[in-house]
Design a protein around this ligand. Structure first.
Ligand code: ADE
Ligand code: ZN
Length: 326
């Protein structure tokens, strides 16, 4: 079997996906028209043309602009539904999906609008084809910690539907320690903890996520390689990194895919996984990320299988479900 067929046919898990980053230009333009939202694009081609990024912030500016078309419950249902259909098409049997409440609450759209939309789509996908999915509530790190704490209070009625909290948005100058109290509150509620760290930020931010926030997983973490002691700690702890190859090249974290360090990390026995981050902005869903790695590195079946197994191992599935897939 070719590697391309193996990529498609293996049952896979995805652990780093922002639902707002799966908003395809077609749905964005449709919802803009539905709600009379004024976007600076006249056509779907213009939207795609605008997706040229020089760093994380240049992407985030368009990502928040795109999210402004999401207004009613049906919009959030459709957004989630379209991603879950991609999961089905790509044989992603389990997915852990991040959402950014503050991106919506700051526009006057509450948990009572987006949560029912997300959950309804997740339930229909589960009923129709057994799609396994979980939610990760992510705080926006460019906002003050008090805003995250207020958001966590608003989330209380929905916490039984949430698996973990996360931390995303502009990394530089917003170190993990800024969110120590809200992470302690989330841990007390029994939630798992993840945080973006070492995407653009220095290895110190990964140390902080580990030691101050006590995270269960690191999102990205590709800059860990700059600190040998940190690398050894990640290996010893078997701390998962949710790496996003197409995202990293689109946001110029690496000049091109051949420069990416995921395979050297895999070789060193770091628990790395492959993910799509914001697929509609970065040119591909999970399988396209594996294909891009294959094009750059000529992946062996053993490497591919190890990467896929790592995602189940690093997931928040309960042990019996993990064992089923491993
Ligand atoms: N929000 C959506 N995608 C993100 C990324 N790659 N880094 C930080 N915040 C994000
Ligand atoms: Zn991300």
């Amino acid at each position: 079997m070719s590697i391309e067929s193996l990529i498609q046919s293996l049952p896979k898990a995805e652990l780093h996906l922002h639902i707002e980053g799966s908003l395809e230009p077609e749905l964005m333009m449709h919802l803009a028209q539905k709600h009379q939202v004024d976007l600076p694009y006249k056509s779907i081609e213009q939207v795609r043309k605008a997706y040229q990024f020089e760093d994380l912030q240049s992407f985030l500016d368009l990502y928040y602009l795109g999210a402004s078309v999401l207004i009613d419950e049906q919009d959030f249902y459709q957004l989630m539904w379209q991603y879950l259909c991609q999961c089905r098409a790509q044989n992603i049997v389990h997915t852990e999906i991040m959402f950014d409440p503050q991106t919506h609450t700051h526009r006057g759209i509450g948990f009572d609008i987006f949560m029912p939309g997300f959950l309804r789509a997740m339930e229909v996908a589960y009923q129709q084809w057994g799609q396994s999915s979980q939610l990760i509530l992510s705080f926006l790190r460019h906002l003050p910690e008090q805003d995250a704490i207020d958001t966590f209070v608003q989330a209380q009625p929905y916490l039984h539907q949430v698996t973990a909290v996360g931390l995303d948005s502009s990394e530089l100058n917003h170190p993990p320690t800024k969110f120590k109290s809200v992470y302690a509150q989330a841990a007390k509620k029994g939630l798992k903890l993840v945080a973006h760290a070492g995407e653009e930020g220095p290895p110190e931010y990964i140390w902080e996520a580990l030691n101050e926030l006590q995270v269960d997983r690191i999102d990205h973490g590709v800059r860990s390689i700059e600190d040998p002691e940190l690398v050894q700690t990640l290996i010893n702890k078997q701390m998962p990194l949710t790496v996003c190859p197409l995202s990293n090249t689109k946001l110029c974290v690496f000049d091109d895919m051949t420069q990416h360090n995921i395979l050297s990390m895999l070789e060193r026995d770091i628990l790395v996984t492959v993910n799509s981050d914001d697929p509609s902005y970065f040119g591909g869903y999970l399988n396209e990320n594996f294909l891009a790695l294959h094009q750059a590195f000529d992946l062996t079946p053993a490497q591919l299988i190890q990467l896929v197994k790592n995602s189940f191992k690093a997931s928040f599935l309960d042990e019996s479900k993990k064992r089923y897939w491993l």
